[in-house]
Design a protein around this ligand. Structure first.
Ligand code: CP
Length: 325
């Protein structure tokens, strides 16, 4: 596939054309559309109580999670199980990583047990790329430092498509700690490829330098930013990744960058409110908005399982299941 020329992980062994899913930066529009096409098919089958392809029967997915996770880890595990596969979870705590074993040695060790795919969440940006080049099996990036979180962006795109019916021409605002957010980065790459107009808004200390070079519009004042937006995606401040001098007080942050019912009076009536989770209620979003009628936060979680099914299916050579459609 010529569109793969910038992708470091090209493969002819599956219809997606990549060995590993490392980031949305390296996906073409066609590849994103393919993941979404399979995701919507799987959702249709599951909603109708019909069988889904058992692509992973007799196969094992290793989940290497060296950072905390609720949504991503459990949804990859459920996704693999729904496709008939086995899963094995290794966390830093309790594994030999605590005794000083390197990530590469841990990964080579688990590869020797003959799994079929490895999912990695790790604090070091670029670690999935390193494992992709080291291992023979596909690697899926489940979040690497503040670099990328591609399956989060794909599930966000699926949710936008589901509720807005399109992505081309939609105005999407990402609010908050853009500088330390792998979710923001993956969404900016993916949404722009799908034709959305992406803006970001946050305190100057939490926006990456030269962020406009990513092709986004930049706002510093949230009440001006929310006007005319079709989607508002708000983010948790990554307190664990901030230097002491960068960290705003929660009260101050909430006042200037929190999404509240009062703020949404300036927004479109049907604006979609999204958050990748976990949510800091009362900081980046008020409980009323998080639980309100415009919020699709739990729909994002549900779609996370489905998108991850599509990714695992495609990367392990699954085809369009003609017999089940
Ligand atoms: N959105 C997200 O990655 O959530 P978890 O950290 O709970 O997996």
């Amino acid at each position: 596939m010529s569109e793969n020329k910038n992708n470091p992980s090209v493969s002819s062994k599956n219809s997606l054309g990549i060995k590993s899913l490392l980031g949305t930066e390296f996906l073409s529009k066609t590849q994103i559309e393919q993941v979404l096409k399979y995701s919507f098919l799987f959702k249709k089958l599951l909603d109708a109580g019909r069988p889904v392809p058992q692509t992973l029967t007799g196969k094992t997915v290793i989940l290497l999670f060296f950072e905390p996770s609720t949504r991503t880890r459990s949804s990859f595990e459920l996704a693999a199980q729904r496709l008939g596969g086995n899963t094995l979870i290794l966390t830093k705590e309790g594994s030999s990583a605590e005794k000083g074993e390197t990530l590469v040695d841990t990964a080579k060790t688990v590869q020797a047990m003959q799994p079929d795919l490895l999912v990695l969440r790790h604090p070091s940006a670029g670690s999935p790329f390193h494992l992709d080049q080291t291992l023979d099996i596909p690697v899926v990036n489940a979040g690497d430092g503040f670099h990328e979180h591609p399956t989060q962006a794909l599930l966000d795109l699926m949710t936008i498509q589901e509720f807005k019916g399109k992505m081309e021409g939609l105005k999407v605002l990402i609010v908050g700690d853009i500088a330390h957010s792998r979710v923001a980065r993956s969404n900016i790459y993916a949404l722009k490829k799908m034709g959305a107009e992406v803006s970001v808004c946050g305190p100057p200390t939490l926006l990456p330098p030269k962020v406009e070079q990513m092709g986004v519009k930049v706002f510093y004042e949230l009440d001006k930013a929310v006007k005319e937006q079709d989607v508002i995606m708000t983010l948790r401040i990554q307190f664990e990744r901030l230097n002491p001098g960068q960290s705003p007080s929660r009260g101050e942050y909430s006042k200037f960058y929190g999404i509240s019912e009062a703020l949404l009076k300036s927004a479109k009536e049907n604006v979609l409110i999204m958050h990748p989770g976990p949510v800091n209620r009362g900081v980046e979003i008020s409980p009323e908005v998080a639980d309100g009628s415009r919020s699709v936060i739990l729909n994002q979680v549900g779609n996370g399982v489905i998108v991850r099914m599509a990714v695992l299916h495609l990367l392990t050579g699954g085809e369009w299941p003609e017999g089940l459609v």
